[in-house]
Write a protein that binds this ligand. Structure first.
Ligand code: ZN
Length: 340
């Protein structure tokens, strides 16, 4: 079968590898249909954590597939069902897993495509426990964005920041995969959305998605804009994932008692924090990573209801590398989906 494997720093190869054995008890065999690209793919491709990984490794953390065979004891699934497989191999027995909060698993084997073989291959054996059904109304390309992207936004906005109708939210990098979904989610809830983006074209697109205010952060100070737009009060919630280059401004943009939720640091992992501001202004900072199984299901239900992810482009497996290039250089608006 065809598989896309990473052999070293930026060394991705499309190659033939043996098909997996028949699915073990509790597993299904998936015919993979699509992969959505994420920043963790870029990090892995650039050589992050090579010391802890065995190479070559099959890439791809976020995917959609179709069941082609069932292992012993698998119930509730049939051949032909489309599923979004979870992006990590969790233990299933720790307290967090038993409660469906797999992103807090205490004995996780690894993130797919990063620590352990991922989904960019024709066939994968997957634990039936670690997948969510794709509703009929959801396209395969959109479903490829469910297990990591859409669910991460669900988890950030609703489990962590507890975004409420009528609140004002600052969405950093509103043209990114998660940023575009955050804009849609917040608008659907009835929030006022301020979105940042790196150029005027992305700003215009973010506005077309529903953002009430857009800021080209390469030209304007987004924290000042956020204060002006809210009559100096500041925003209730900041949706962060840019990191070093936006961190202090994101904190400055918050209202008294405001909440910042972050799931990433694409511009760098270290930033200065004014601690006096944290306690005097009584700010809340939430770290968010991945999502629960329920978040994945909720995201797919929203897609079925019409809140679809924004797709930058859909490309064949051969162009996976080109997709990573585009993601790394921020030449995307929304998600890049690779078909298999
Ligand atoms: Zn666990």
């Amino acid at each position: 079968m065809r598989a896309l494997r990473l052999h070293g720093d930026r060394d991705l190869r499309l190659e033939d590898i043996p098909e997996p054995p028949p699915p073990a008890p509790g597993e299904v065999r998936l015919r993979m249909r699509g992969i959505a690209l994420n920043h963790i793919d870029v990090w892995g491709w650039r050589g992050m954590a090579f010391a802890q990984r065995q190479l070559p490794i099959c890439v791809g953390v976020e995917a959609v597939g179709e069941i082609v065979a069932l292992g012993e004891g698998v119930e509730g699934w049939t051949v032909g069902d489309r599923v979004a497989p979870y992006g990590a191999q969790t233990c299933g027995v720790c307290r967090a897993c038993r409660e469906g909060r797999d992103n807090l698993c205490e004995n996780v084997s690894g993130i797919m495509g990063f620590h352990i073989d991922g989904f960019a291959r024709e066939f994968v054996n997957q634990k039936a426990r670690l997948m969510v059904r794709v509703p009929e109304a959801v396209s395969t390309e959109d479903a490829a964005c469910a297990a990591v992207t859409f669910s991460t936004v669900e988890h950030m906005l609703f489990d962590n920041a507890k975004l409420q109708p009528g609140e004002t939210i600052l969405v950093q990098a509103g043209g990114s995969g998660i940023g575009t979904i955050a804009i849609k989610q917040a608008k659907a809830l009835g929030c006022t959305v301020i979105a940042t983006a790196g150029d005027d074209e992305k700003c215009a697109k973010a506005q077309a998605l529903g953002a009430d205010h857009v800021v080209n952060y390469s030209e304007k100070n987004f924290a000042s804009v956020a204060r002006r737009v809210t009559n100096k009060r500041g925003v209730d919630v900041v949706f962060e994932h840019v990191g070093a280059s936006t961190w202090s401004g994101s904190l400055l943009a918050l209202c008294l008692g405001g909440r910042l939720v972050t799931c990433g640091s694409t511009s760098g992992v270290s930033a200065e924090t004014n601690l006096m501001m944290i306690f005097q202004r009584q700010l809340h900072i939430f770290g968010s990573f991945g999502a629960s199984m329920r978040n994945v299901a909720d995201g797919l239900a929203k897609m079925a209801g019409g809140m679809t992810p924004v797709l930058d482009r859909v490309v064949p497996l051969e162009d996976f590398r080109d997709g990573l290039d585009r993601l790394e250089s921020r030449r995307v608006f929304g998600k890049i989906v690779v078909t298999i």
